[in-house]
Design a protein around this ligand. Sequence first.
Ligand code: 16G
Ligand code: ZN
Length: 583
Amino acid sequence: MEKLINLQLLEKLYNKNCTSNKGFKYAYGTAGFRYNADVLNTVMFTTGILSVLRSIYLQNKTIGIMITASHNPPQDNGVKIVEPMGEMLDQSWESIATDLANSASNSYNDFITYLNHLIKDKGIDLIDTSNGIGSVIVGRDSRESGPRLLETVLDAVYCFQHDSTERVSKILDAGILTTPQLHYLVYKTNVAKTLEKNEIGIGCYFDDFTRAWLDLCELYGFSTEHLKFALTIDAANGVGGFQMEKMISLLFTLCKTTVDGGNSTNISIVNNDWQKPNLLNNKCGADYVKTNQCLPNGVVSNSKFSTGGENTQKLNCSFDGDADRVIFYYQDNENKSSFHLLDGDRISTLFAKFFQHLLKESGLLDASDNDIKVGVVQTAYANGNSTKYITEVLKMDVSCTPTGVKHLHHEAVEKYDIGIYFEANGHGTIVFSEKIKSLVNNSMSNGNKALKTIEIFTRLINRTVGDAISDMLGVLAVLCILNLTPQDWYNEYSDLPNKLIKVVVPDRTVFKTTNAERQLVSPAGLQGKIDELVSSYGADSRSFVRASGTEDAVRVYAESSTKEMAESLAEKVGQLVSNCCGE
Ligand code: 16G
Ligand code: ZN
Protein backbone atom coordinates (compact mmCIF):
# COMPACT_ATOMS: atom_id res chain seq x y z
CA MET A 1 0.00 0.00 0.00
CA GLU A 2 2.87 2.37 0.83
CA LYS A 3 4.13 2.51 -2.73
CA LEU A 4 1.00 4.00 -4.16
CA ILE A 5 -0.95 5.58 -1.35
CA ASN A 6 0.58 8.54 0.42
CA LEU A 7 -0.30 7.46 3.95
CA GLN A 8 0.56 10.74 5.60
CA LEU A 9 -1.71 12.57 3.23
CA LEU A 10 -4.39 9.92 3.62
CA GLU A 11 -4.51 10.39 7.38
CA LYS A 12 -4.51 14.15 7.08
CA LEU A 13 -7.34 14.16 4.52
CA TYR A 14 -9.27 11.51 6.45
CA ASN A 15 -9.18 13.82 9.46
CA LYS A 16 -10.31 16.71 7.31
CA ASN A 17 -13.21 14.88 5.67
CA CYS A 18 -14.37 11.96 7.80
CA THR A 19 -14.68 13.17 11.35
CA SER A 20 -17.82 15.28 11.34
CA ASN A 21 -20.31 12.40 11.38
CA LYS A 22 -18.59 9.69 13.35
CA GLY A 23 -20.67 6.57 13.79
CA PHE A 24 -23.19 7.34 11.03
CA LYS A 25 -24.26 4.09 9.31
CA TYR A 26 -24.16 4.25 5.53
CA ALA A 27 -25.58 1.82 2.95
CA TYR A 28 -24.91 1.72 -0.80
CA GLY A 29 -28.49 1.22 -2.02
CA THR A 30 -30.20 0.84 -5.39
CA ALA A 31 -28.99 4.27 -6.46
CA GLY A 32 -25.70 4.51 -4.55
CA PHE A 33 -25.37 6.51 -1.32
CA ARG A 34 -28.10 9.11 -0.86
CA TYR A 35 -28.61 11.23 2.27
CA ASN A 36 -28.87 14.77 3.53
CA ALA A 37 -25.79 16.51 2.10
CA ASP A 38 -24.53 17.35 5.61
CA VAL A 39 -23.60 13.74 6.39
CA LEU A 40 -22.05 12.82 3.06
CA ASN A 41 -18.39 13.84 3.41
CA THR A 42 -17.25 10.46 4.72
CA VAL A 43 -18.80 8.52 1.84
CA MET A 44 -17.52 11.00 -0.72
CA PHE A 45 -14.02 10.34 0.60
CA THR A 46 -14.36 6.54 0.71
CA THR A 47 -16.10 6.44 -2.69
CA GLY A 48 -13.19 8.39 -4.17
CA ILE A 49 -10.74 5.87 -2.70
CA LEU A 50 -12.83 2.89 -3.81
CA SER A 51 -13.18 4.17 -7.37
CA VAL A 52 -9.42 4.43 -7.84
CA LEU A 53 -9.00 0.92 -6.41
CA ARG A 54 -11.74 -0.39 -8.70
CA SER A 55 -9.98 1.24 -11.64
CA ILE A 56 -6.63 -0.38 -10.79
CA TYR A 57 -8.40 -3.70 -10.15
CA LEU A 58 -9.89 -3.50 -13.67
CA GLN A 59 -6.47 -2.94 -15.30
CA ASN A 60 -6.73 0.80 -15.16
CA LYS A 61 -10.07 1.15 -16.94
CA THR A 62 -11.72 4.50 -16.26
CA ILE A 63 -14.38 4.54 -13.53
CA GLY A 64 -17.09 7.19 -13.11
CA ILE A 65 -18.32 8.96 -10.00
CA MET A 66 -21.62 10.82 -10.17
CA ILE A 67 -22.59 13.21 -7.39
CA THR A 68 -26.37 13.51 -7.45
CA ALA A 69 -29.54 12.79 -5.51
CA SER A 70 -31.73 12.63 -8.61
CA HIS A 71 -35.34 13.57 -7.77
CA ASN A 72 -34.72 14.09 -4.03
CA PRO A 73 -35.17 17.53 -2.47
CA PRO A 74 -32.39 20.18 -2.75
CA GLN A 75 -30.89 19.57 0.69
CA ASP A 76 -30.03 15.94 -0.19
CA ASN A 77 -27.19 14.67 -2.29
CA GLY A 78 -25.61 11.34 -3.12
CA VAL A 79 -22.93 9.50 -5.01
CA LYS A 80 -22.73 6.47 -7.21
CA ILE A 81 -19.99 4.63 -9.03
CA VAL A 82 -20.15 3.94 -12.77
CA GLU A 83 -18.45 0.91 -14.32
CA PRO A 84 -16.16 1.13 -17.39
CA MET A 85 -18.83 0.31 -19.98
CA GLY A 86 -21.22 2.77 -18.36
CA GLU A 87 -23.12 0.28 -16.19
CA MET A 88 -24.01 0.58 -12.52
CA LEU A 89 -21.44 -0.64 -9.99
CA ASP A 90 -20.97 -4.43 -9.93
CA GLN A 91 -23.32 -5.75 -7.24
CA SER A 92 -20.58 -7.61 -5.39
CA TRP A 93 -18.80 -4.28 -4.80
CA GLU A 94 -21.87 -2.56 -3.35
CA SER A 95 -21.34 -4.18 0.04
CA ILE A 96 -17.65 -3.27 -0.16
CA ALA A 97 -18.64 0.37 -0.72
CA THR A 98 -20.89 0.14 2.34
CA ASP A 99 -18.25 -1.56 4.53
CA LEU A 100 -15.51 0.87 3.54
CA ALA A 101 -17.75 3.85 4.34
CA ASN A 102 -18.77 2.41 7.71
CA SER A 103 -15.19 1.55 8.66
CA ALA A 104 -14.23 5.17 7.98
CA SER A 105 -17.24 6.32 9.94
CA ASN A 106 -15.96 4.31 12.95
CA SER A 107 -12.30 5.35 13.13
CA TYR A 108 -9.12 5.87 11.14
CA ASN A 109 -7.77 2.54 12.41
CA ASP A 110 -10.84 0.63 11.25
CA PHE A 111 -10.64 2.39 7.90
CA ILE A 112 -6.98 1.44 7.35
CA THR A 113 -7.61 -2.12 8.52
CA TYR A 114 -10.52 -2.55 6.12
CA LEU A 115 -8.60 -0.91 3.28
CA ASN A 116 -5.68 -3.31 3.77
CA HIS A 117 -8.05 -6.25 3.90
CA LEU A 118 -9.79 -5.12 0.71
CA ILE A 119 -6.55 -4.63 -1.22
CA LYS A 120 -5.30 -8.06 -0.15
CA ASP A 121 -8.61 -9.83 -0.64
CA LYS A 122 -9.07 -8.51 -4.18
CA GLY A 123 -5.39 -8.90 -5.06
CA ILE A 124 -5.15 -5.24 -6.08
CA ASP A 125 -1.58 -4.64 -7.16
CA LEU A 126 -0.31 -1.37 -5.75
CA ILE A 127 3.34 -2.25 -6.26
CA ASP A 128 3.58 -3.05 -9.96
CA THR A 129 1.61 -0.18 -11.41
CA SER A 130 2.94 -0.44 -14.95
CA ASN A 131 -0.67 -0.57 -16.22
CA GLY A 132 -1.34 2.77 -14.61
CA ILE A 133 -2.50 3.97 -11.24
CA GLY A 134 -6.16 4.48 -11.74
CA SER A 135 -8.32 6.81 -13.72
CA VAL A 136 -11.59 8.42 -12.68
CA ILE A 137 -14.12 10.85 -14.18
CA VAL A 138 -16.32 12.75 -11.77
CA GLY A 139 -19.49 14.67 -12.57
CA ARG A 140 -22.19 16.34 -10.52
CA ASP A 141 -25.70 17.71 -10.82
CA SER A 142 -26.63 21.33 -10.05
CA ARG A 143 -27.06 21.03 -6.25
CA GLU A 144 -25.53 23.64 -3.98
CA SER A 145 -23.58 21.03 -2.02
CA GLY A 146 -22.03 19.64 -5.24
CA PRO A 147 -18.77 21.68 -5.29
CA ARG A 148 -18.04 20.96 -1.62
CA LEU A 149 -18.63 17.21 -2.05
CA LEU A 150 -16.56 17.22 -5.23
CA GLU A 151 -13.61 18.65 -3.25
CA THR A 152 -13.81 15.67 -0.92
CA VAL A 153 -13.75 13.21 -3.81
CA LEU A 154 -10.72 15.02 -5.26
CA ASP A 155 -8.99 14.88 -1.86
CA ALA A 156 -9.44 11.11 -1.86
CA VAL A 157 -8.06 10.65 -5.36
CA TYR A 158 -5.02 12.85 -4.57
CA CYS A 159 -3.98 10.33 -1.90
CA PHE A 160 -2.89 8.01 -4.70
CA GLN A 161 0.60 9.20 -5.52
CA HIS A 162 3.34 6.88 -6.61
CA ASP A 163 6.24 7.64 -4.27
CA SER A 164 9.07 6.79 -6.65
CA THR A 165 7.64 7.75 -10.03
CA GLU A 166 5.68 10.71 -8.64
CA ARG A 167 2.76 9.79 -10.83
CA VAL A 168 -0.73 10.51 -9.55
CA SER A 169 -4.06 8.95 -10.47
CA LYS A 170 -5.76 10.60 -13.38
CA ILE A 171 -8.93 12.43 -12.59
CA LEU A 172 -11.12 14.39 -14.91
CA ASP A 173 -13.63 16.78 -13.39
CA ALA A 174 -16.36 16.73 -16.01
CA GLY A 175 -18.30 19.50 -14.26
CA ILE A 176 -22.07 19.83 -14.12
CA LEU A 177 -23.76 17.27 -16.32
CA THR A 178 -26.60 14.76 -16.34
CA THR A 179 -26.16 11.27 -14.87
CA PRO A 180 -26.55 9.58 -18.29
CA GLN A 181 -24.03 11.98 -19.82
CA LEU A 182 -21.50 10.88 -17.22
CA HIS A 183 -22.28 7.20 -17.92
CA TYR A 184 -21.84 7.82 -21.63
CA LEU A 185 -18.60 9.73 -21.15
CA VAL A 186 -17.12 6.90 -19.07
CA TYR A 187 -18.12 4.38 -21.72
CA LYS A 188 -16.66 6.44 -24.57
CA THR A 189 -13.45 7.04 -22.64
CA ASN A 190 -12.93 3.32 -22.15
CA VAL A 191 -13.72 2.54 -25.75
CA ALA A 192 -11.15 5.17 -26.77
CA LYS A 193 -8.81 3.99 -23.98
CA THR A 194 -7.77 7.49 -23.07
CA LEU A 195 -8.37 10.08 -20.44
CA GLU A 196 -6.35 12.98 -21.64
CA LYS A 197 -7.91 16.36 -21.17
CA ASN A 198 -9.47 17.74 -24.31
CA GLU A 199 -9.40 14.38 -26.05
CA ILE A 200 -12.68 12.90 -24.86
CA GLY A 201 -15.00 15.43 -23.33
CA ILE A 202 -18.75 15.74 -23.07
CA GLY A 203 -18.69 17.04 -26.65
CA CYS A 204 -18.79 13.38 -27.75
CA TYR A 205 -22.27 13.07 -26.23
CA PHE A 206 -23.64 15.99 -28.23
CA ASP A 207 -21.86 14.91 -31.42
CA ASP A 208 -23.15 11.35 -31.29
CA PHE A 209 -26.76 12.05 -30.35
CA THR A 210 -27.29 15.06 -32.61
CA ARG A 211 -25.75 13.12 -35.49
CA ALA A 212 -28.20 10.24 -34.94
CA TRP A 213 -31.18 12.61 -34.67
CA LEU A 214 -30.23 14.48 -37.84
CA ASP A 215 -29.73 11.19 -39.69
CA LEU A 216 -33.32 10.29 -38.81
CA CYS A 217 -34.56 13.74 -39.85
CA GLU A 218 -32.89 13.27 -43.18
CA LEU A 219 -34.13 9.72 -43.69
CA TYR A 220 -37.76 10.61 -42.95
CA GLY A 221 -37.87 14.24 -44.01
CA PHE A 222 -38.90 15.75 -40.69
CA SER A 223 -36.97 18.49 -38.96
CA THR A 224 -36.38 19.79 -35.47
CA GLU A 225 -38.05 23.08 -36.36
CA HIS A 226 -41.14 21.54 -37.81
CA LEU A 227 -42.15 18.75 -35.50
CA LYS A 228 -45.80 17.85 -35.76
CA PHE A 229 -46.43 18.99 -32.23
CA ALA A 230 -45.34 21.59 -29.76
CA LEU A 231 -43.20 20.16 -27.00
CA THR A 232 -42.75 21.72 -23.57
CA ILE A 233 -39.91 20.25 -21.50
CA ASP A 234 -40.11 20.62 -17.72
CA ALA A 235 -36.46 20.37 -16.67
CA ALA A 236 -37.19 20.16 -12.90
CA ASN A 237 -34.87 23.18 -12.45
CA GLY A 238 -32.05 20.70 -12.80
CA VAL A 239 -29.08 20.05 -15.00
CA GLY A 240 -31.13 18.48 -17.83
CA GLY A 241 -32.47 21.87 -18.91
CA PHE A 242 -29.20 23.51 -19.65
CA GLN A 243 -27.78 20.41 -21.33
CA MET A 244 -30.95 20.25 -23.44
CA GLU A 245 -30.52 23.90 -24.36
CA LYS A 246 -27.05 23.10 -25.66
CA MET A 247 -28.46 20.18 -27.60
CA ILE A 248 -31.23 22.27 -29.16
CA SER A 249 -28.89 25.07 -30.19
CA LEU A 250 -26.55 22.52 -31.74
CA LEU A 251 -29.43 20.86 -33.57
CA PHE A 252 -30.53 24.18 -35.00
CA THR A 253 -27.04 25.16 -36.04
CA LEU A 254 -26.48 21.83 -37.74
CA CYS A 255 -30.00 21.71 -39.12
CA LYS A 256 -29.46 24.80 -41.22
CA THR A 257 -27.12 22.88 -43.44
CA THR A 258 -29.50 19.96 -43.95
CA VAL A 259 -33.00 21.38 -43.88
CA ASP A 260 -34.72 24.59 -44.73
CA GLY A 261 -33.33 26.82 -41.99
CA GLY A 262 -35.46 29.08 -39.79
CA ASN A 263 -35.23 29.49 -36.07
CA SER A 264 -38.85 29.04 -35.07
CA THR A 265 -39.15 26.14 -32.77
CA ASN A 266 -41.96 24.22 -31.22
CA ILE A 267 -39.71 23.12 -28.38
CA SER A 268 -39.62 25.14 -25.19
CA ILE A 269 -38.01 24.49 -21.82
CA VAL A 270 -39.67 25.52 -18.55
CA ASN A 271 -38.45 25.08 -14.97
CA ASN A 272 -34.98 25.74 -16.25
CA ASP A 273 -33.65 27.68 -13.23
CA TRP A 274 -30.84 25.24 -12.57
CA GLN A 275 -28.75 28.04 -11.07
CA LYS A 276 -31.26 28.37 -8.24
CA PRO A 277 -30.66 25.04 -6.52
CA ASN A 278 -33.43 25.55 -3.97
CA LEU A 279 -35.98 25.24 -6.79
CA LEU A 280 -34.73 21.80 -7.84
CA ASN A 281 -37.57 19.23 -8.11
CA ASN A 282 -39.87 21.71 -6.36
CA LYS A 283 -43.43 21.16 -7.65
CA CYS A 284 -41.95 20.01 -10.92
CA GLY A 285 -40.02 17.16 -12.50
CA ALA A 286 -40.84 13.58 -13.47
CA ASP A 287 -41.30 12.26 -9.95
CA TYR A 288 -43.68 15.09 -8.97
CA VAL A 289 -45.82 14.64 -12.08
CA LYS A 290 -45.92 10.84 -11.83
CA THR A 291 -46.73 10.83 -8.11
CA ASN A 292 -49.31 13.61 -8.18
CA GLN A 293 -50.71 12.87 -11.65
CA CYS A 294 -50.97 16.56 -12.44
CA LEU A 295 -49.24 19.30 -14.42
CA PRO A 296 -46.10 20.72 -12.83
CA ASN A 297 -45.53 24.40 -12.13
CA GLY A 298 -45.04 26.36 -15.32
CA VAL A 299 -46.82 23.97 -17.70
CA VAL A 300 -50.24 25.03 -18.89
CA SER A 301 -53.09 22.83 -20.01
CA ASN A 302 -54.51 22.73 -23.52
CA SER A 303 -53.61 20.05 -25.99
CA LYS A 304 -53.73 22.39 -28.98
CA PHE A 305 -51.15 24.95 -29.85
CA SER A 306 -51.33 27.39 -32.68
CA THR A 307 -48.35 27.89 -34.99
CA GLY A 308 -48.54 29.83 -38.19
CA GLY A 309 -52.31 29.39 -38.40
CA GLU A 310 -52.07 25.64 -37.94
CA ASN A 311 -53.30 23.83 -34.89
CA THR A 312 -50.56 21.67 -33.53
CA GLN A 313 -50.88 19.03 -30.83
CA LYS A 314 -49.23 19.95 -27.59
CA LEU A 315 -47.17 17.42 -25.71
CA ASN A 316 -45.25 17.93 -22.46
CA CYS A 317 -42.52 15.98 -20.79
CA SER A 318 -40.75 16.16 -17.45
CA PHE A 319 -37.17 15.21 -16.64
CA ASP A 320 -36.03 14.45 -13.12
CA GLY A 321 -33.25 16.40 -11.38
CA ASP A 322 -30.36 14.54 -13.01
CA ALA A 323 -32.20 13.81 -16.26
CA ASP A 324 -32.13 10.03 -16.23
CA ARG A 325 -35.94 9.79 -16.22
CA VAL A 326 -38.56 11.20 -18.53
CA ILE A 327 -42.33 10.96 -18.61
CA PHE A 328 -44.77 12.55 -21.05
CA TYR A 329 -48.29 13.94 -20.57
CA TYR A 330 -50.91 16.29 -21.89
CA GLN A 331 -54.03 17.89 -20.48
CA ASP A 332 -56.90 18.94 -22.73
CA ASN A 333 -58.36 21.70 -20.56
CA GLU A 334 -58.29 23.23 -17.09
CA ASN A 335 -60.05 20.21 -15.66
CA LYS A 336 -57.57 17.93 -13.90
CA SER A 337 -59.55 14.90 -14.99
CA SER A 338 -58.37 15.51 -18.55
CA PHE A 339 -54.74 14.99 -17.53
CA HIS A 340 -53.24 12.08 -19.48
CA LEU A 341 -49.99 10.52 -18.33
CA LEU A 342 -47.67 8.75 -20.75
CA ASP A 343 -45.26 7.14 -18.29
CA GLY A 344 -42.48 4.57 -18.56
CA ASP A 345 -44.97 1.79 -19.39
CA ARG A 346 -46.27 3.83 -22.31
CA ILE A 347 -42.76 4.60 -23.53
CA SER A 348 -42.00 0.85 -23.47
CA THR A 349 -45.13 -0.05 -25.39
CA LEU A 350 -44.49 2.68 -27.96
CA PHE A 351 -40.95 1.45 -28.59
CA ALA A 352 -42.15 -2.17 -28.61
CA LYS A 353 -44.74 -1.42 -31.30
CA PHE A 354 -42.13 0.54 -33.27
CA PHE A 355 -39.44 -2.13 -33.26
CA GLN A 356 -41.95 -4.83 -34.11
CA HIS A 357 -42.98 -2.76 -37.11
CA LEU A 358 -39.36 -2.10 -38.14
CA LEU A 359 -38.35 -5.73 -37.83
CA LYS A 360 -41.25 -6.83 -40.04
CA GLU A 361 -40.36 -4.18 -42.62
CA SER A 362 -36.67 -4.97 -42.52
CA GLY A 363 -37.04 -8.56 -43.66
CA LEU A 364 -34.77 -9.70 -40.85
CA LEU A 365 -37.51 -11.91 -39.43
CA ASP A 366 -37.88 -13.80 -42.73
CA ALA A 367 -34.62 -15.67 -42.27
CA SER A 368 -35.62 -18.16 -39.57
CA ASP A 369 -32.02 -18.82 -38.57
CA ASN A 370 -31.70 -15.19 -37.46
CA ASP A 371 -33.81 -16.04 -34.38
CA ILE A 372 -34.05 -12.43 -33.19
CA LYS A 373 -35.34 -12.05 -29.65
CA VAL A 374 -37.24 -8.85 -28.94
CA GLY A 375 -38.87 -8.22 -25.61
CA VAL A 376 -39.90 -5.78 -22.91
CA VAL A 377 -38.65 -5.85 -19.33
CA GLN A 378 -40.93 -4.44 -16.64
CA THR A 379 -41.28 -4.48 -12.87
CA ALA A 380 -44.31 -5.45 -10.81
CA TYR A 381 -45.35 -1.76 -10.87
CA ALA A 382 -46.06 -1.89 -14.61
CA ASN A 383 -49.75 -1.41 -15.21
CA GLY A 384 -51.44 -4.78 -15.84
CA ASN A 385 -52.97 -3.50 -19.05
CA SER A 386 -49.58 -2.52 -20.46
CA THR A 387 -48.40 -6.10 -19.92
CA LYS A 388 -51.61 -7.40 -21.52
CA TYR A 389 -51.17 -5.06 -24.50
CA ILE A 390 -47.60 -6.25 -25.12
CA THR A 391 -48.39 -9.95 -24.81
CA GLU A 392 -51.89 -10.05 -26.33
CA VAL A 393 -51.91 -7.25 -28.92
CA LEU A 394 -48.26 -7.02 -29.91
CA LYS A 395 -47.67 -10.70 -29.06
CA MET A 396 -44.25 -9.93 -27.70
CA ASP A 397 -42.34 -11.38 -24.80
CA VAL A 398 -42.40 -9.63 -21.38
CA SER A 399 -40.11 -10.29 -18.42
CA CYS A 400 -40.58 -9.01 -14.91
CA THR A 401 -37.69 -8.22 -12.56
CA PRO A 402 -37.35 -6.70 -9.09
CA THR A 403 -37.43 -2.89 -8.84
CA GLY A 404 -34.16 -1.04 -9.60
CA VAL A 405 -32.67 -0.25 -12.96
CA LYS A 406 -29.74 -2.62 -12.63
CA HIS A 407 -32.13 -5.60 -12.55
CA LEU A 408 -34.03 -4.50 -15.64
CA HIS A 409 -30.87 -3.63 -17.53
CA HIS A 410 -29.30 -7.00 -16.75
CA GLU A 411 -32.40 -8.93 -17.86
CA ALA A 412 -32.67 -6.92 -21.10
CA VAL A 413 -29.01 -7.60 -21.95
CA GLU A 414 -29.17 -11.30 -21.03
CA LYS A 415 -32.45 -12.16 -22.69
CA TYR A 416 -32.99 -10.08 -25.79
CA ASP A 417 -31.36 -8.83 -28.98
CA ILE A 418 -33.56 -5.78 -28.72
CA GLY A 419 -34.42 -5.40 -25.05
CA ILE A 420 -36.72 -2.52 -24.15
CA TYR A 421 -36.91 -1.71 -20.47
CA PHE A 422 -38.59 1.09 -18.55
CA GLU A 423 -39.75 1.42 -15.01
CA ALA A 424 -43.18 3.02 -14.75
CA ASN A 425 -41.40 6.07 -13.25
CA GLY A 426 -39.77 6.78 -16.62
CA HIS A 427 -36.29 5.38 -16.11
CA GLY A 428 -35.25 3.09 -18.93
CA THR A 429 -33.55 2.53 -22.24
CA ILE A 430 -33.20 0.04 -25.08
CA VAL A 431 -30.28 -2.34 -25.36
CA PHE A 432 -29.18 -3.85 -28.65
CA SER A 433 -27.12 -7.05 -28.77
CA GLU A 434 -23.95 -7.31 -30.85
CA LYS A 435 -25.82 -9.91 -32.90
CA ILE A 436 -28.60 -7.56 -34.01
CA LYS A 437 -26.11 -4.79 -34.68
CA SER A 438 -24.06 -6.96 -36.98
CA LEU A 439 -27.15 -8.44 -38.69
CA VAL A 440 -28.32 -4.89 -39.39
CA ASN A 441 -24.94 -3.65 -40.54
CA ASN A 442 -24.38 -6.67 -42.79
CA SER A 443 -27.71 -6.29 -44.58
CA MET A 444 -27.87 -2.52 -44.80
CA SER A 445 -26.29 -1.99 -48.20
CA ASN A 446 -29.56 -2.70 -50.06
CA GLY A 447 -31.07 0.65 -49.10
CA ASN A 448 -33.63 -0.87 -46.73
CA LYS A 449 -35.14 2.04 -44.79
CA ALA A 450 -36.23 -0.04 -41.79
CA LEU A 451 -32.73 -1.46 -41.36
CA LYS A 452 -31.22 2.00 -41.61
CA THR A 453 -33.72 3.18 -38.97
CA ILE A 454 -32.75 0.41 -36.55
CA GLU A 455 -29.09 1.27 -37.12
CA ILE A 456 -29.72 4.94 -36.32
CA PHE A 457 -31.69 4.02 -33.19
CA THR A 458 -28.72 2.02 -31.89
CA ARG A 459 -26.96 5.41 -31.84
CA LEU A 460 -29.88 7.64 -30.80
CA ILE A 461 -30.58 5.65 -27.64
CA ASN A 462 -28.08 5.85 -24.79
CA ARG A 463 -26.97 2.24 -24.44
CA THR A 464 -25.54 2.70 -20.96
CA VAL A 465 -28.50 3.80 -18.86
CA GLY A 466 -31.89 5.58 -18.95
CA ASP A 467 -31.41 9.05 -20.41
CA ALA A 468 -34.17 11.68 -20.45
CA ILE A 469 -32.68 13.60 -23.40
CA SER A 470 -31.99 10.58 -25.57
CA ASP A 471 -35.27 8.80 -24.66
CA MET A 472 -37.16 12.00 -25.39
CA LEU A 473 -35.60 12.28 -28.85
CA GLY A 474 -36.39 8.59 -29.40
CA VAL A 475 -40.06 9.08 -28.51
CA LEU A 476 -40.37 12.19 -30.70
CA ALA A 477 -38.81 10.32 -33.60
CA VAL A 478 -41.19 7.35 -33.21
CA LEU A 479 -44.24 9.64 -33.08
CA CYS A 480 -43.06 11.39 -36.25
CA ILE A 481 -42.19 8.19 -38.10
CA LEU A 482 -45.39 6.32 -37.18
CA ASN A 483 -47.38 9.52 -37.66
CA LEU A 484 -48.98 9.29 -34.23
CA THR A 485 -50.44 12.15 -32.22
CA PRO A 486 -50.02 12.12 -28.44
CA GLN A 487 -53.70 11.11 -28.30
CA ASP A 488 -53.12 8.14 -30.63
CA TRP A 489 -50.27 7.06 -28.42
CA TYR A 490 -52.44 7.32 -25.32
CA ASN A 491 -55.34 5.46 -26.92
CA GLU A 492 -53.34 2.30 -27.69
CA TYR A 493 -54.68 0.83 -24.43
CA SER A 494 -56.26 2.12 -21.24
CA ASP A 495 -54.57 1.85 -17.88
CA LEU A 496 -56.15 -0.14 -15.09
CA PRO A 497 -56.94 2.15 -12.14
CA ASN A 498 -54.24 1.72 -9.51
CA LYS A 499 -53.10 2.96 -6.15
CA LEU A 500 -49.71 3.00 -4.45
CA ILE A 501 -49.51 3.58 -0.70
CA LYS A 502 -46.76 3.57 1.89
CA VAL A 503 -47.06 1.79 5.24
CA VAL A 504 -44.60 2.56 8.02
CA VAL A 505 -43.75 -0.61 9.99
CA PRO A 506 -41.39 -1.29 12.90
CA ASP A 507 -39.03 -3.42 10.77
CA ARG A 508 -39.35 -3.46 7.00
CA THR A 509 -36.60 -6.10 6.62
CA VAL A 510 -39.06 -8.86 7.63
CA PHE A 511 -40.86 -8.28 4.31
CA LYS A 512 -39.16 -10.70 1.94
CA THR A 513 -40.37 -11.37 -1.57
CA THR A 514 -40.03 -13.83 -4.41
CA ASN A 515 -41.22 -13.99 -8.04
CA ALA A 516 -39.86 -10.52 -8.95
CA GLU A 517 -41.33 -8.98 -5.79
CA ARG A 518 -44.86 -10.08 -6.67
CA GLN A 519 -45.24 -12.45 -3.71
CA LEU A 520 -44.23 -12.35 -0.08
CA VAL A 521 -42.44 -15.28 1.51
CA SER A 522 -42.23 -13.51 4.87
CA PRO A 523 -43.97 -12.66 7.21
CA ALA A 524 -45.40 -16.18 7.07
CA GLY A 525 -49.08 -16.40 6.14
CA LEU A 526 -49.49 -12.81 4.93
CA GLN A 527 -49.41 -13.64 1.21
CA GLY A 528 -52.28 -16.13 1.66
CA LYS A 529 -54.42 -13.40 3.22
CA ILE A 530 -53.55 -10.95 0.41
CA ASP A 531 -54.44 -13.57 -2.22
CA GLU A 532 -57.78 -14.19 -0.58
CA LEU A 533 -58.56 -10.48 -0.46
CA VAL A 534 -57.48 -9.88 -4.07
CA SER A 535 -59.67 -12.70 -5.35
CA SER A 536 -62.72 -11.04 -3.80
CA TYR A 537 -62.07 -7.94 -6.00
CA GLY A 538 -62.53 -9.74 -9.32
CA ALA A 539 -60.39 -10.90 -12.21
CA ASP A 540 -58.60 -7.65 -13.08
CA SER A 541 -57.34 -7.12 -9.55
CA ARG A 542 -53.78 -7.47 -8.35
CA SER A 543 -51.81 -6.33 -5.33
CA PHE A 544 -48.31 -6.79 -4.01
CA VAL A 545 -46.24 -5.67 -1.04
CA ARG A 546 -42.49 -4.95 -0.93
CA ALA A 547 -40.07 -3.20 1.35
CA SER A 548 -38.80 0.06 -0.13
CA GLY A 549 -35.12 0.15 -1.02
CA THR A 550 -34.86 3.90 -0.49
CA GLU A 551 -37.16 4.71 2.45
CA ASP A 552 -37.89 3.16 5.79
CA ALA A 553 -41.34 1.91 4.75
CA VAL A 554 -43.26 -0.84 2.99
CA ARG A 555 -45.00 -0.10 -0.31
CA VAL A 556 -48.39 -1.53 -1.23
CA TYR A 557 -49.53 -1.48 -4.85
CA ALA A 558 -53.02 -2.40 -5.98
CA GLU A 559 -54.92 -2.27 -9.24
CA SER A 560 -58.49 -3.14 -10.05
CA SER A 561 -61.23 -2.45 -12.57
CA THR A 562 -62.36 0.81 -10.94
CA LYS A 563 -60.56 3.61 -9.10
CA GLU A 564 -62.63 3.03 -5.98
CA MET A 565 -61.85 -0.69 -5.96
CA ALA A 566 -58.11 -0.09 -6.49
CA GLU A 567 -58.09 2.38 -3.60
CA SER A 568 -60.09 0.12 -1.33
CA LEU A 569 -57.89 -2.88 -2.16
CA ALA A 570 -54.69 -0.92 -1.44
CA GLU A 571 -56.11 0.27 1.85
CA LYS A 572 -57.19 -3.20 2.94
CA VAL A 573 -53.88 -4.79 2.00
CA GLY A 574 -52.20 -1.94 3.90
CA GLN A 575 -54.27 -2.88 6.95
CA LEU A 576 -53.21 -6.52 6.62
CA VAL A 577 -49.58 -5.32 6.59
CA SER A 578 -50.06 -3.15 9.69
CA ASN A 579 -52.02 -5.84 11.55
CA CYS A 580 -49.46 -8.49 10.87
CA CYS A 581 -46.71 -6.26 12.33
CA GLY A 582 -48.79 -5.58 15.39
CA GLU A 583 -49.44 -9.25 16.18
C1 16G B 1 -34.21 3.92 -6.99
C2 16G B 1 -33.99 3.26 -8.32
C3 16G B 1 -35.28 3.29 -9.12
C4 16G B 1 -36.38 2.63 -8.34
C5 16G B 1 -36.53 3.26 -6.98
C6 16G B 1 -37.48 2.45 -6.14
C7 16G B 1 -32.03 3.28 -9.76
C8 16G B 1 -31.04 4.13 -10.48
N1 16G B 1 -32.96 3.94 -9.09
O1 16G B 1 -34.49 5.28 -7.14
O2 16G B 1 -35.04 2.59 -10.31
O3 16G B 1 -37.59 2.72 -9.03
O4 16G B 1 -35.28 3.26 -6.33
O5 16G B 1 -37.58 3.01 -4.87
O6 16G B 1 -31.97 2.06 -9.78
P1 16G B 1 -38.20 2.21 -3.66
O7 16G B 1 -37.38 0.95 -3.45
O8 16G B 1 -38.14 3.14 -2.51
O9 16G B 1 -39.62 1.86 -4.04
ZN1 ZN C 1 -32.64 10.48 -11.62
